[in-house]
Design a protein around this ligand. Structure first.
Ligand code: CDP
Length: 225
């Protein structure tokens, strides 16, 4: 197997990881993979099957019997498939937001889903975003970033996204949702959200997407804008 290059971007909900990862991948000619969609697809499966997201055995059983695939789109984006169905829009719904972090806590479920993530990184040079990419999924990545922003700014960005999609939700609800996912993702025993050793931390509270990508390109030794 030939050696592939990988860039890991981790960070909390609403930090802009996916937008930045996608833009960076496009500039470098790498594939972009957002691993949260894998956990979101499994979370959607629990809702559809009426599986208790806190029941590790049941969630693991569902993970083993579900076919989750990430397909690259012609414009460098990603579509998510669950058992052959395109669920890219369904996994962004509020009910999925509500169960995805509890579903993602289970060690055996994570162990199973890591295989899928690593196989994607073996196929192509990759920019991968998530919570544990630099620490667990691709610890050997030569470049790691931890993208963060204040909770209020992250909630503001999410709220704007929801409004654009016509999703009626108050800013306070979005902020509570972000804080609650932060607490579960950072507090879990397995693969918690932490800064990976050697990661470049970027607080993008007051930065544009272009500025963040520019800073990453500089860290990668390429000239930023
Ligand atoms: O886009 P957003 O920041 O809201 O989250 P996401 O990247 O879509 O991830 C959704 C959830 O999946 C996170 O809150 C984590 O609970 C879980 N996740 C994880 O545990 N490990 C990853 N590598 C990616 C996501």
């Amino acid at each position: 197997m030939s050696y592939r290059r990988s860039i890991a971007i981790d960070g909390p909900a609403g930090s802009g990881k996916s937008t930045v990862a996608r833009g960076l991948a496009r500039m470098l000619g790498y594939r972009y993979v957002s691993t949260g969609d894998i956990y979101r697809a499994l979370a959607l499966a629990t809702l559809r099957k009426g599986v208790d997201p806190t029941d590790e055995q049941e969630v693991e059983r569902l993970a083993l019997e579900s076919r989750i695939e990430l397909h690259e789109t012609a414009d460098g984006g990603q579509r998510t498939f669950l058992n052959g169905e395109d669920v890219s829009d369904a996994i962004r719904r509020a009910d999925v937001d509500g169960v995805v972090s509890p579903v993602s806590v289970h060690p055996r479920v994570r162990a199973w889903l890591i295989g899928l993530q690593r196989s994607l990184a073996n196929e192509r040079d990759i920019v991968m975003d998530g919570r544990d990419i630099g620490t667990v999924v691709l610890p050997e990545s030569e470049h790691k970033f931890f993208l963060t922003a204040s909770p209020e700014e992250r909630a503001r960005r999410r709220h704007k996204e929801y409004e654009a999609k016509g999703r009626a939700v108050s800013f306070d609800e979005v902020l509570q949702g972000v804080l609650s996912r932060d607490a579960i993702d950072s507090g879990r025993a397995t693969a918690p959200l932490v800064v990976a050793p050697g990661a470049v931390v970027i607080d993008c509270t007051n930065m544009s997407v272009a500025q963040v990508i520019g800073e990453m390109l500089r860290a990668l030794g390429r000239t930023g804008n």
